[in-house]
Design a protein around this ligand. Structure first.
Ligand code: HEC
Length: 106
């Protein structure tokens, strides 16, 4: 039932003229902006990289998540260009981003 409701919500979202995005906590929003993640990742839309809700489905641990940002594995995402490694993002910031991304997993 939860899945059905989610599917309906998706249909409603895509049929709406303006794209609705899930609410993002202010602190996470600030980090995504500061570290330029937004350039390539949106919550529910493919830009250059996969949307956060797709990444959430991989159910990475915080450690795996941080590791993949510092050293991306493009083979995990066929059809996408390789993500540029971002080795300078503090682990604490990545943990906060990871915690939020995890809430998007259905
Ligand atoms: C220049 C574009 C770009 C930027 C900036 C970017 N990403 Fe990515 N990201 C990608 C692409 C493309 C992929 C898929 C291919 C890959 O993993 O190499 C990806 C994949 C990922 C994945 C999935 C890794 C996997 O192997 O499943 C995570 C997690 C991720 N990005 C997090 C982040 C975070 C957090 C930031 C900001 C600190 C960020 N990305 C900034 C382009 C980007």
């Amino acid at each position: 039932m939860k899945k059905v409701l989610f599917a309906m919500a998706l249909v409603a979202t895509f049929s709406a003229a303006k794209a609705q995005t899930p609410a993002i906590p202010a602190d996470v929003n600030a980090l995504l902006q500061k570290h330029t993640c937004y350039t390539c990742h949106a919550p529910a839309k493919k830009i250059v990289g996969p949307m956060w809700s797709e990444i959430a489905k991989k159910k990475y641990t915080a450690k795996q998540f941080a590791g993949l940002v510092k050293k991306p594995v493009p083979a995990n995402w066929p059809g996408y260009p390789a993500m540029a490694p971002l080795p300078n993002v503090p682990k604490g910031d990545l943990d906060k981003i990871h915690a939020w991304v995890s809430t998007l997993a259905k």
